[in-house]
Design a protein around this ligand. Structure first.
Ligand SMILES: Nc1nc2c(c(=O)[nH]1)N[C@H]1C(S)=C(S)[C@@H](COP(=O)(O)O)O[C@H]1N2
Ligand SMILES: [Mo]
Length: 164
């Protein structure tokens, strides 16, 4: 596991940049003012443990992509963790197909604890938990491909739960 970074409202920020019409930069106050949705999902680590029926509340990834305006040529969304080490990616096609990728702020009605990836954690309910980047603080639109932290360590890039 990558080390837990410490954030305060004063030093936290969230960026959406790369191949977008309007790069976005949020401080905490503006980020918590974004419209949110809630969803319930199970969380499966590939090593065998699961946490069932989590309620996540946050900003749909698609909302942020729409606000920024994805430029033609963008193929992949690269997700950065504030730990400075961990990244992962999804293709725009996968994001559109899934329709439920969430930039989460609340878990079961409470702020996400920092050891579980708070203040902001990506939730990809239809894929294994290593796609759910903890301490998410930057989304970059890129062309081509990106191999994330567990992908370069041998795990499948398309981490579908219950598909082969
Ligand atoms: N930044 C970051 N995100 C991460 C990880 C990590 O080590 N660093 N581990 C991943 C893996 S393998 C799993 S199973 C989940 C674990 O989430 P949890 O600590 O909230 O249970 O986070 C994922 N996201
Ligand atoms: Mo995991």
């Amino acid at each position: 596991m990558t080390p837990i970074p410490a954030f305060s409202n004063a030093n936290w920020s969230f960026a959406v940049d790369g191949l977008v019409e309007r790069p976005l930069k949020f401080d905490w106050e503006r980020f918590v003012a974004l419209p949110r949705t809630a969803q319930v999902s199970d969380f499966h680590c590939v090593t065998g443990w699961s946490v069932y029926s989590n309620t996540w509340e946050g900003v749909p990834l698609q909302t942020l992509l729409d606000q920024a305006g994805v430029r033609s040529g963008a193929q992949t969304v690269k997700f950065y963790s504030g730990d400075g080490v961990y990244t992962d990616s999804l293709t725009l096609e996968q994001i559109a197909e899934m329709g439920d990728v969430l930039v989460a702020l609340l878990h079961d009605g409470k702020p996400i604890p920092s050891d579980l990836g708070g203040p902001v954690k990506l939730i990809v309910p239809q894929m294994y938990a290593y796609k759910s980047v903890k301490w998410l603080n930057r989304i970059e639109l890129i062309d081509g491909d990106h191999d994330g932290y567990w992908i370069v360590r041998g795990y499948a890039k398309d981490a579908w739960v219950g598909r082969s």
